[in-house]
Each structure stands twice: as structure tokens, then as C-alpha cells.
Design a binder for this molecule. Structure first.
Ligand code: SF4
Length: 226
């Protein structure tokens, strides 16, 4: 695995666990608001794989979970990497953009993931705008459907970016993911690596209005940090 970064401790990325987050390089999307744009294509390997596993060995008993993020972890065959993490006794949470439902289902069937966070970029008709590439919505929908089926704990989350998101998008997302157990709106955070200009966060009132549009369909919809 090409490890582009390691956050040694997080209380936020894996709900209910004291975890670390490992960032795998590479992604099939080019979201204009990506916070990790520098790791989407080629980038230096920041953490050699053996160093990462040696870190996990030493943290046994101190950490109980590993959040595997990216990039998009499912771009490659991540199964052996996850199996090795699981063999050390850690729970695994996977962050994914939902493009690879077959791989997601296979990892779940093999017992290699304990929880999933799936990005919902926007309403289905706006995915190409938000991801910067043509998208196979059939695959995205298949991943969402699988998670909605309750095979394992999950959350959906949408990073809200002005002016890319419009109120009607949240009505469509609500209809798409009706009844989801966990759905979070999180505000865009401009950073030094965000490539596109002209993007900004929404105001708290705008986020609250988006949530109101979701609630008839997803009563569990929340604003992250609320
Ligand atoms: S899916 Fe995630 S990692 Fe990939 S480009 Fe979009 S925001 Fe960045």
C-alpha cells in the first residue's frame, strides 16, 4: 500500500473508538474541494508500510481502531492490508466514495471492515460537477443501497460547498437515502491544498436550512459537530 499520511490519534474519525487514521494515496475522483488533492495521483510515500505496522504493534492496547482513508482506499486491492490490521486486533473503519461496490461488499463479507463512512457528493444528477469526472451512478447507488441494507454500521456524509450545492440537492439526497441511520452535513473547510478558487463554506443558517430539507426523509440527519 502507498501510505501518504498517518494521523496517530483521532477521537473523531472512528465513532466510539480511539483510533489512528491512515491515508492511502490515489483516487478516481477529482473533487474540486478535495482537502487531500496532493495525494490523488503520485506523491511521495510518507510512511513505509512496515513502519506503519510497527506503529500499530506498539499502540496495541492504546488504540482500538484504524480508520482507513484516502484518497479512495478501494482504488486498489486493499484486502491484504486490512487483513493485516485486523490480525493485530484492531477494528477497521473504511472511508469510501462509493465507486467500488463489489470491493466494498467483498471486504464486508470477509469480515475485514467493521464500519464504513461513505461520501455523498451531491444529488445523483450533480455527481459529475462535484467529483470533476464522469461518474457511474449505478455503482454509487449500489454502495449506498448495500449500506442502507444494514450489513454493518455506516454513516453517509456530504461536504457542503458553496456555490456547488443548491437547496434542491438536499431534497434529492433525502429521497435517495430515505431512512438512513446516520447522515451528516459537514461544512467545507478551505485549506492550502484546495485547488479550485471561488469555493466557500456555507453560513450556519444555510446549513441549518439544508438539514431542514433533509429531515422529512432522513430524520437522523445532523450537522457535524451539532
Ligand atoms: S473522493 Fe475524496 S479523496 Fe477523492 S477527490 Fe474527492 S474528496 Fe478527494
Amino acid at each position: 500500500m502507498h501510505i501518504a499520511g498517518l494521523q496517530k490519534t483521532t477521537l473523531l474519525d472512528f465513532p466510539g473508538k480511539v483510533a489512528c487514521t491512515v491515508f492511502l494515496a490515489g483516487c478516481n475522483f477529482r473533487c474540486p474541494f478535495c482537502q487531500n488533492a496532493e495525494i490523488l495521483g503520485g506523491c511521495p510515500e510518507e510512511v513505509p508500510e512496515e513502519e506503519f505496522f510497527s506503529f500499530l504493534e506498539k499502540r496495541k492496547g492504546l488504540l482500538d481502531g484504524v480508520c482507513v482513508s484516502g484518497g479512495e482506499p478501494l482504488c486498489g486491492d486493499v484486502a491484504p492490508f486490512l487483513a493485516r490490521i485486523k490480525a493485530l486486533g484492531y477494528a477497521v473503519k473504511l472511508d469510501t466514495n462509493g465507486s467500488f461496490p463489489e470491493r466494498l461488499k467483498a471486504l464486508a463479507a470477509e469480515g475485514l471492515i467493521d464500519a464504513v463512512a461513505m461520501d455523498i457528493k451531491s444529488s445523483p444528477d450533480r455527481y459529475a460537477v462535484l467529483t470533476g469526472v464522469p461518474c457511474d451512478m449505478k455503482k454509487i447507488r449500489e454502495s449506498a443501497e448495500f449500506l442502507l441494507g444494514g450489513a454493518l454500521p455506516y454513516e453517509f456524509r456530504t461536504t457542503c460547498v458553496a456555490p456547488l450545492h443548491r437547496p434542491e440537492d438536499f431534497v434529492r439526497i433525502g429521497k435517495w437515502l430515505a431512512g438512513a441511520k446516520a447522515y451528516f452535513l459537514q461544512n467545507f473547510r478551505p485549506g492550502e491544498h484546495v485547488p479550485a478558487e471561488g469555493l466557500s463554506p456555507f453560513s450556519p443558517a444555510e446549513l441549518a436550512a439544508f438539514k431542514q430539507l433533509l429531515l422529512p426523509y432522513i430524520p437522523n440527519a445532523k450537522i457535524r459537530g451539532e
